[in-house]
Ligand binder design. Structure first.
Ligand code: FEO
Length: 408
């Protein structure tokens, strides 16, 4: 894909990774992009680079607009490998360019590159750089999603280069939200935003809330948000509202059942449970872990206000895929969700108990007690499963009502 002009003199010069399906362990069924941006002003400025495999692509795109040796300023918003591993290639071409980066970013660069020949200026929130007709304002955004992270606001154009924030893993021939909605759908774009947030930014909701408030306090008008992955937001209001809601803990009033099974007994428990949930008037999404990418299971957990975890007992503990899911979930520090557990057992049980121990470590609201069934659900057990689902759905509704009252 050739360079694309976002606004007068501001170009996307990034790369599209159509084939990537494993992004450091995170499933990316839609592929992704590595976005970086070139500003043609009195002093030519490049914001971010791309993953090293795509260095040639971005260099070609830059060359289509400007001679890379004329780049005077190199802004590094984030040093993670997918954005900064072409930096040495760019600096070989942009001889004498000055790098702008946070203090923590500079410390990171020292670990990745020999920076002794580079001129580096560290910046902090509020610092500005005049490049001719435009002024860049730097905003530190530590832990969004590495300690070094920052965003860059182009004042005159009202464009926020938001690095990982507001991104999505979407490889697409179009660059803008309105174009994507025409060729795909808003539902798909929203799904990609939630997927990205749930799998990468879930632990940082409080920081996101604080940063959004800081941007509002600074009075920055934002006409365009250009993240380092996926689609550029020509209509940013939608994604800002989505981030406000997600960071505030909002969820859909529905339930999910995330489970695995050995001999289908735990799976059989889900059928009456789903009916019980539905009969309380809320929808239920069902995810079998061995049949679903981990990142999709995480996204579905995050979307629903309540989740039931199903695990057979294997060797007195959780089934391995369920244990893996709960460990991964704990690292994402979920909040504002209610959870319960169920499962079958043949010898002494243990999986359900262990699931609740995991919930406690996460500090999640729990629906107790869990439900264990010996060997295989009987007709009587199926009634217990139905009642379990129905009671859980009642609790989900009650928990959601309290959340909404407190949030309003
Ligand atoms: Fe897209 Fe934190 O890197």
């Amino acid at each position: 894909m050739k360079a694309v002009e976002l606004k007068n003199g501001i170009y996307w010069v990034g790369a599209i990774d159509w084939a990537v399906r494993d992004f450091h362990g995170y499933e990316t069924p839609r592929g992704t992009t590595y976005n970086n941006y070139l500003i043609m002003d009195d002093e030519i400025t490049l914001l971010d680079t791309v993953k090293h495999d795509f260095a040639d692509t971005t260099v070609k795109n830059i060359r289509s607009i400007a001679d890379p040796s004329k780049i005077k300023h190199m802004v590094v918003n984030h040093i993670e490998n997918d954005h900064a591993t072409s930096l040495d290639r760019i600096m070989e071409l942009a001889i004498g360019a000055t790098i702008y980066i946070t203090g923590k970013g500079k410390k990171g660069l020292e670990k990745f590159f020999d920076i002794s020949k580079w001129t580096i200026k560290t910046v902090k929130t509020g610092d500005t750089l005049n490049i001719g007709k435009r002024t860049l304002l730097f905003l530190e955004t530590p832990m969004l999603h590495w300690p070094d992270s920052m965003m860059t606001y182009i004042k005159e154009e009202k464009v926020l280069i938001s690095q990982d924030g507001f991104g999505q893993h979407i490889a697409s021939a179009v660059r803008f939200d309105d174009e994507f909605v025409t060729c795909a759908s808003m539902a798909e774009l929203e799904d990609a935003v939630v997927d990205y947030y749930a799998n990468i930014l879930m632990p940082f909701g409080q920081i996101i809330k604080t940063k959004l408030a800081e941007i509002r306090k600074l009075g920055l008008e934002i006409e365009m948000i250009a993240p380092d992955h996926g689609i550029v937001w020509r209509n940013p209001r939608k994604v800002v509202q989505m981030y406000t809601d997600m960071a505030g803990g909002r969820a859909e009033l529905c339930a999910s059942i995330i489970y695995d099974t050995m001999w289908h007994s735990t799976e059989q428990m889900t059928t009456p449970m789903i009916q019980g949930i539905k009969d309380e008037g809320i929808e239920c999404k069902v995810i079998k872990l061995r049949a679903t990418p981990m990142s999709v299971a995480i996204k579905e957990f995050w979307k629903a206000r309540g989740c039931l975890i199903g695990s057979p007992t294997l060797n007195n503990i959780l089934y391995p895929t369920v244990a893996q899911f709960l460990t991964h979930l704990r690292g994402l520090r979920p909040k504002n969700r209610i959870v319960g557990a169920f499962g079958s057992y043949g010898w002494g049980g243990g999986a359900v108990k262990e699931a609740y121990e995991e919930f406690k470590k996460m500090g999640l609201e729990t629906f107790e007690p869990g439900l264990q069934i010996l060997y295989k659900p009987s007709l009587e057990d199926e009634t217990k499963c139905y009642d379990f689902g129905r009671e859980f759905a009642k609790k989900v509704k009650e928990y959601n009502r309290k959340f909404e009252e407190e949030a309003s």
